[in-house]
Design a protein around this ligand. Structure first.
Ligand code: NAD
Ligand code: TDX
Length: 339
């Protein structure tokens, strides 16, 4: 079995590569990644020398490069994690989101058609459903919920989902789609809420909470997401969408307070800043379908997962310190200096 994992030098893709190599030692895994600001080759250093792993630097929008890779590797399965993934960046400059997240996905699907790949899995997000009201805890996103996006990021992800379903219906391409809630865990890029707050707290810098910190996200430990995708590849039905989430809703402010407490830092570091434009209020996944059909359940409780994550950031300071000392500093200044 040969699996191409796109975006495997990023947060979830790298964790998926580790999961796959560990749980399917007989598979060949090829990581295709452009190494944008969010991709780090150092993340993959422990698997680089494995005989059944290969890294290829390429852009998923580069049709020639993608076709050449498919021609030489003849993948059985393609899992597409490659994306521009940060909502705040999409608000500043949508273009690259449309290019990578939509055109890139279509190039990969064209390659799957051309080379008769047995499965194309599109890694999508709960953000395609828009948001839910904070005062209606009885409402959840199901696979039937209408797509109703808020940001250029989520619109680009929804577009790719629609394209994947269209390729299935029009060309019979064997696609599956998963829509997951917010992930956290090792190798999470420090522009996102949890790693940003850990890094700032450790450096005694202000913790910038958007609005009043009352927005709610549904957090899932990254390994549980990887396990769910693996199950969909093994047992999922083609043409189907599977929601992934662990009923773990939390307000941003509460997450930030947990991090401060765990690190022994004062709450006075919390700074309320201008809200995100179009800020989604609440995400909450109903995972009944993947539980009922595939038997998936999350294994890591948030209380344990956040401790493991903080420990990882403490033990792997060089990984994230290198990132926040590089060109990322310009981004941070631009986004937070006048907020
Ligand atoms: P990430 O930003 O950490 O990593 C993205 C990776 O894609 C990077 O390695 C980057 O170099 C690569 N990439 C970007 N553009 C590329 C291109 N044109 N060609 C090839 N490679 C390219 O993202 P992540 O948080 O790991 O998210 C992975 C996927 O999961 C995304 O599709 C995202 O929409 C989805 N998702 C993320 C979350 C979350 O909480 N992080 C939740 C649900 C779904
Ligand atoms: O500095 C911050 N302060 C803050 O209050 C940042 C970076 C975020 N926030 C808030 C905004 C959100 O309500 O925290 C919440 C989480 O923000 P992000 O980490 O940027 O994640 P989110 O916007 O929820 O999107 C994430 O989950 C769904 C991923 O980045 C997406 O790729 C995924 O699809």
């Amino acid at each position: 079995m040969t699996v191409i994992v796109t975006g495997g030098a990023g947060f979830i893709g790298s964790n998926f590569i580790f999961y796959t190599l560990k749980n399917h030692p007989g598979y060949r895994v090829i990581c295709l990644d452009k190494l944008t600001y969010a991709g780090n080759l150092s993340t993959l250093k422990d698997v680089m020398d494995k005989p059944n792993f290969k890294f290829v630097k390429a852009d998923i929008c580069d049709r020639e490069a993608v076709y050449a890779l498919f021609e030489s590797e003849k993948p059985d399965v393609v899992v597409n994690f490659a994306a521009e993934s940060h909502v705040d960046r999409s608000i500043e400059s949508p273009d690259v989101f449309l290019r990578t997240n939509i055109i890139g996905a279509s190039v990969l699907m064209d390659a799957c058609r051309k080379f008769d790949t047995e499965r194309f899995h599109q890694v999508s997000t709960d953000e395609v459903y828009g948001d839910l009201p904070i005062d209606r805890p009885d409402l959840f996103f199901t696979e039937e919920t209408l797509l109703h996006t808020s940001s250029p990021y989520s619109s680009s992800k929804a577009s790719a989902d629609l394209l994947a379903l269209a390729y299935h219906r029009t060309y019979g391409l064997p696609v599956t789609i998963s829509r997951c809630s917010n992930n956290y865990g090792p190798y999470h890029f420090p522009e996102k809420l949890i790693p940003l707050m850990i890094a700032n707290a450790l450096n005694d810098k202000p913790l910038p909470v958007y609005g009043r910190g009352e927005n709610i996200r549904d957090w899932l430990y990254v390994e549980d997401h990887c396990k769910a995708i693996d199950l969909i590849l093994q047992k999922g039905r083609v043409g189907e969408v599977y929601n992934i989430g662990g009923h773990n809703e939390m307000r941003n402010i509460d997450i930030v307070k947990i991090i401060l407490k765990e690190l022994g830092k004062p709450e006075s570091l919390i700074t309320f800043v201008a809200d995100r434009k179009g800020h989604d209020l609440r995400y909450a996944i109903d995972p009944a379908k993947i539980h009922g059909e595939l038997g998936w359940l999350p294994e890591t409780k948030f209380a344990d997962g956040i401790k493991k994550t903080i420990k990882w950031y403490l033990e792997n300071r060089s990984w994230w310190e290198e990132i926040i000392s590089g060109e990322y500093t310009d981004y941070y200044d631009k986004m937070y200096s006048n907020r």
